[in-house]
Design a protein around this ligand. Structure first.
Ligand SMILES: C[S@@+](CC[C@H](N)C(=O)[O-])C[C@H]1O[C@@H](n2cnc3c(N)ncnc32)[C@H](O)[C@@H]1O
Length: 286
C-alpha cells in the first residue's frame, strides 16, 4: 500500500473519535514506523510502504482509536520546549504544569539570581518539573522523589538525555527517603504536582486518562486532597525560613488547598490561573 492510502485508512478510523488533530496523528504514527521525518510523509505520498509496516500502522491506529495515548505510542512528548521520553507507567506531562515551572524559574531568578538554590520535587512522573527547572536554572540543585519504579527509571533516562547533573532522583514515599539525612530546613523551594483526582471522579475521566495513565499518578484519595494535607503538614521541616511551597491543583481545589496551607501557618498565599482562567497553582511561604 502507498503512504496516502494508509493515511486515508487511518484517518477514517481516528475521525470517528473526537481527537483534536487526527490528520497530524496519522502522519506522526506512520513517520515513526517508517523512521522518517513527518515532512517525508507529506512529500512522498505515493511511495510504497512494506507490508510489515502497513500492518503495524493499522494495529497502532486500532490501539489509538481505543483511546491509548499518542504520546505512549510515539514514546516522547514536549514540555517547556524540551523533549521528554514517556512510556506507560508515567503521567504524560501536561501544558498546564508549565505554569508552576514558569513561576519557579521566575522566582529563582528574581529572589536568588545566580545563588545556589535547592529544590525538592515530590512526585516526579517523567521528571518534567525537576528537569525543566534544572535545565533553565543551572544554579539549582534538584531532588526529585517518587514512589514508583517507572517514574524513577524514566526520569533518569530524561536526565541523561538532557545531559543534566544538577538533579538526583530518589525512590520513596514523599519525605520518607529524606528523613534523618541532612535535608532538614534545607530546601528553598518545594514543588509538587501530586495525584489530586478524587477517587470517584477517576471513573468519569476520558478513556485516555483513566484506562491507560497510572492510577498512582491520579488518585488523591476520597476528596482529592490527601497529598496536599500530607505534604503541607511536613513541608516546614524541610524548607528554609520563608521558603516557597508551590502546588499544581485541580481547577476546583484552590480554596481548599489555600486553607490547608493557612492551617499549617503558610503566608502570602497566592492562587494562579491557567490560560483558560481556571485555578491551577497555589503557592505560599513558610
Ligand atoms: C500527577 S503525577 C505528576 C508527575 C509529574 N510531576 C508531572 O507533573 O508530570 C504524580 C506523581 O506522584 C507519584 N506519587 C504518588 N504517590 C506518591 C508518594 N506517596 N510518594 C511519592 N510520589 C508519589 C506518582 O507516581 C506520580 O508520578
Amino acid at each position: 500500500m502507498v503512504i496516502n492510502d494508509l493515511l486515508k485508512l487511518g484517518l477514517e478510523k481516528l475521525s470517528k473519535r473526537e481527537f483534536s488533530n487526527p490528520q497530524l496523528e496519522v502522519r506522526l504514527l506512520l513517520a515513526k514506523l517508517m523512521n522518517v521525518e513527518k515532512t517525508y510523509i507529506y512529500a512522498f505520498g505515493d511511495k510504497d510502504v512494506s507490508e510489515d509496516i502497513s500492518n503495524e500502522f493499522l494495529s497502532l491506529i486500532e490501539k489509538r482509536s481505543n483511546g491509548y495515548p499518542l504520546q505512549y505510542i510515539l514514546k516522547h512528548t514536549e514540555f517547556m520546549g524540551l523533549d521528554f521520553h514517556v512510556e506507560e507507567g508515567v503521567l504524560v506531562p501536561r501544558g498546564d504544569t508549565e505554569i508552576l515551572v514558569e513561576y519557579v524559574l521566575n522566582y529563582v531568578k528574581t529572589r536568588y539570581g545566580e545563588e545556589k538554590v535547592k529544590v525538592l520535587d515530590l512526585g516526579i512522573g517523567s521528571g518534567a518539573i525537576s528537569l525543566s527547572i534544572a535545565y533553565y536554572a543551572p544554579n539549582s540543585n534538584i531532588y526529585g522523589v517518587d514512589i514508583g519504579d517507572t517514574p524513577i527509571k524514566v526520569s533518569n533516562i530524561n536526565k541523561e538525555r538532557l545531559g543534566l547533573d544538577n538533579v538526583e532522583f530518589i525512590k520513596g514515599d514523599l519525605f520518607e527517603p529524606l528523613e534523618g539525612k541532612s535535608f532538614d530546613k534545607s530546601f528553598h523551594i518545594i514543588a509538587s504536582n501530586p495525584p489530586y483526582i478524587p477517587k470517584d471522579v477517576i471513573l468519569g475521566l476520558q478513556t485516555e486518562v483513566k484506562d491507560f495513565e497510572p492510577s498512582l499518578a491520579l488518585d488523591g484519595g476520597e476528596d482529592g486532597l490527601d497529598f496536599y494535607r500530607r505534604i503541607t503538614s511536613r513541608a516546614k521541616d524541610f524548607l528554609v525560613d520563608k521558603g516557597l511551597l508551590i502546588y499544581e491543583i485541580g481547577y476546583d481545589q484552590g480554596l481548599d488547598v489555600k486553607n490547608i496551607m493557612l492551617d499549617n501557618g503558610f503566608k502570602d498565599i497566592e492562587i494562579l490561573k491557567d490560560l483558560q482562567g481556571l485555578d491551577r497553582v497555589v503557592l505560599g511561604f513558610s
